[in-house]
Design a protein around this ligand. Structure first.
Ligand code: BYC
Length: 320
């Protein structure tokens, strides 16, 4: 029997059929180069966002107002490290190494979410980050559990469960502050005022200015457009803001009975593009901090690699 090499066209037909049937693509399956590149871009950016996203909250662990608050915040930041690791692992199945991705981040060649370039000067920022930033993350990420690439979709399932705990802890911080003194209520409102608009920008540019959306939706990576998800997020926020007693800082925000949608004021896309271009309030600080931590942690990676090698040799010696 003669064996023939698998034909690229068979792989392509199989890929197309799987996408058409809303099936899952796995690491060893044939996939178009563009699909692989898109996933590496999105998953690595997502991983970097989780890792850089640890910084604003990490800085509050020692300043949390009680032991219980400290333990909760610590657990949340550890979850984010875990999310980064699942996502780096998912991206590695596509043929890029973790070292390459980290290098791209510290060299300023890789993106991470715009939201993490803003400062977190008060304890209320921990509440606003949880409520708004993790809230936006859930809206964006729940549909990603159904992303066509298996390792990404599966990683997202656990991430989303943890994100929903994060969102609730942020809501609870704000609720406690809003039931406190006048100064605490002002601090909560101020944090909401600062994080609201940047959280809307997390969903990416408007649909008519989103170069990647159409192809990513055709490949079942993205399930909804940037504007659709932003709209879902605003619909979720309005009743929650009423329970909290905070005002969303958009005087033009209103529900349109005809379209059944919330209309928001104009988002400042110039600010978004400035942040993406590296000129946000804290881009340099965030990236420098990550680079320093990477350099200072080199000895830990070397020690772990030496230990793994020693263990491997010992096991091989025992087996011989
Ligand atoms: N920030 O064509 P588009 C978290 C870029 S972490 C920066 O619409 P796409 C958390 C975009 O990359 C959650 N860049 O792109 C962690 C593209 O540039 P390139 C993070 C942005 O990919 C710790 C260009 O703009 N979540 O929750 O179809 C503590 C054009 O955009 C942003 C994810 O990463 C932005 N906001 O859609 C607390 C979700 N928006 O790459 C919380 C996964 C757009 O062509 N990612 N750009 O140079 C996605 O769902 C999609 O990548 C996006 C963008 C919706 C973000």
């Amino acid at each position: 029997m003669t064996m023939t090499a698998p034909d690229v066209h068979d792989g392509e037909a199989m890929f197309d059929a799987l996408i058409e049937a809303d099936g899952r693509i796995e690491p060893r399956d044939w996939m178009p180069d563009g699909y692989r590149r898109t996933l590496i871009r999105q998953i690595s950016q997502h991983a970097h966002s989780e890792i850089i996203g640890m910084q604003p909250e990490g800085a509050w662990i020692t300043r949390a107002p009680s032991l219980a608050r400290k333990a909760i915040l610590l657990a949340k930041v550890q979850d984010e490290a875990g999310h980064g690791l699942y996502l780096y692992s998912a991206a590695q199945t596509l043929g890029i190494t973790r070292d390459e991705m980290t290098q791209q981040l510290v060299d300023g060649k890789a993106r991470y979410s715009s939201i993490f370039n803003y400062p977190a000067p008060t304890w209320a920022d921990m509440g606003a980050i949880g409520w708004l930033v993790d809230g936006a993350a859930i809206c964006n990420q729940v549909p990603l559990c159904r992303a066509s690439y298996g390792p990404y979709g599966r990683a997202m399932v656990r991430i989303c469960k943890e994100e929903s705990f994060h969102q609730r802890q942020g809501f609870e911080i704000l609720l406690t502050l809003m039931q406190g003194t006048e100064a605490q209520r002002e601090m909560a409102q101020d944090a909401v005022d600062r994080w609201y608009w940047p959280s809307l920008m997390m969903f990416g540019p408007p649909d008519d200015d989103s170069p990647n959306s159409a192809q990513s939706m055709a490949w079942n990576i993205k399930r909804f457009s940037n504007d659709e998800l932003r709209q879902r997020f605003v619909s979720m926020l309005v009743p929650q803001a009423a329970v909290l007693g905070v005002t969303l800082p958009d005087p033009e925000l209103r529900f349109d009975d005809e379209t059944g949608r919330y209309e928001t004021g104009e988002i400042d896309w110039t600010e978004f593009h400035e942040v993406l271009a590296g000129r946000g309030p804290l881009n340099t600080t965030r990236r420098r901090h990550r680079r320093d931590a990477h350099e200072e942690g080199a000895w830990v990676r070397e020690a772990a690699a030496a230990y793994a090698l020693k263990k491997q040799r010992r096991t091989a010696g025992e087996a011989a």
